[in-house]
Design a protein around this ligand. Structure first.
Ligand code: NAD
Length: 294
């Protein structure tokens, strides 16, 4: 069993670390928030003061941090993981961040003889707790093969997307589809309301017709048709509008840098920005339907 340093024990990181503990791994956790570390120790993990100490004695280091600037600091900073991990250590960053930072951190890690993967996830807090996350993984075949038995304990679908940064590329492309499709489904339900078409009737038809998509059938933005969707609990997250906006902005930055035309992606970023600014940043992203309804 591996000795794993786990940095970032928030909404996603804590349940992921708990699944590694359940699988028999030794997990040493680090977080700026002492309450999160206490929850890990209550589940059988250990508390470590800094990422530097955790990295210096781990076989595997996993990070689950808010954004690129945190990842850059924790990996490349003065007391960072890259400087302090022993050669051969496997580093897995599961945060959702920009492709450029992911590639820069991977290059620095590889230059020091470390194995580095970007492995962002989809599946939310529920998937993290159930161990059913989807991992989109970028990095070398050797690092991917070493990571598979660890990722298996936290996820159900694990896809090697290519070299460093390609996991992040897959994540932002996927979430750009999701942001656009949630707006599309919400606009359709609002139009149906104006035309006197019942929510359930539109669902029964569109979920079996060519309008079918995840935003309709799994995460339906109106209460009723899909009892587990956040619409049935006043749009409590779930996946917040702020996080959707973050991912749509990452996609726009990447599109600009790569010269890709993503007009609907740009519209989705603009609409989610206005929704978040209306005081709903911490509401589930499917609550956008209320903003569209006006
Ligand atoms: P979170 O804010 O709940 O957790 C982040 C944790 O990192 C916090 O506990 C924070 O204290 C800790 N942290 C920040 N800087 C640190 C540092 N320098 N050293 C140690 N700890 C530090 O966020 P989350 O919801 O767990 O999301 C984490 C990542 O996963 C994000 O990149 C997010 O976009 C992505 N993600 C989230 C979801 C979701 O549904 N929540 C789904 C898929 C992907």
């Amino acid at each position: 069993m591996a000795r794993i340093g786990f940095i970032g024990l928030g909404n996603m990181g804590l349940p992921m670390a708990q699944n590694l503990l359940k699988a028999g791994h030794q997990v040493e956790g680090v977080d700026l928030n002492p309450a999160s570390v206490e929850r890990l120790t209550a589940s059988g993990g250990a508390s470590v003061e800094t990422a530097k100490i955790a990295a210096s004695r781990a076989d595997v280091v996993i990070t689950m941090l808010p954004a690129g600037k945190h990842v850059r600091e924790v990996y490349l900073g003065a007391n960072g993981i890259v400087e302090n991990a022993n050669p051969g250590t496997l580093l897995i960053d599961c945060s959702t961040i920009d492709v450029e930072t992911a590639r820069e951190v991977a290059a620095a890690a590889e230059a020091r003889g470390l194995l580095m993967l970007d492995a962002p996830v989809s599946g939310g807090v529920g998937g993290a707790a159930a161990g059913t996350l989807t991992f989109m993984v970028g990095g070398s075949a050797q690092a991917f093969t070493s990571a598979q038995p660890i990722l298996d304990k936290m996820g159900k679908t694990i896809v090697h997307a290519g070299g460093a940064g390609n996991g992040q590329a897959a994540k932002i492309c996927n979430n750009m589809i999701l942001g656009i499709s949630m707006i599309a489904v919400s606009e359709a339900f609002v139009l149906a309301e104006k035309l006197g078409l019942d929510h359930q009737k539109l669902f029964d038809i569109a979920s079996k017709a060519s309008g079918q998509c995840w935003s309709m059938t799994t995460y339906c933005p109106v209460p009723g048709p899909v009892p587990t969707s956040p619409a049935n609990r006043d749009y409590q997250p779930g996946f917040t509008a702020a996080m959707m906006l973050k991912d749509l902005r990452l996609a726009q930055d990447a599109a600009k840098a790569a010269g890709a035309k993503t007009e609907l992606g740009a519209d989705a970023a603009r609409i989610y920005s206005a929704y978040a600014d209306s005081g709903e940043a911490e509401r589930d992203f499917s609550g956008i339907i209320r903003f569209i309804r006006g």
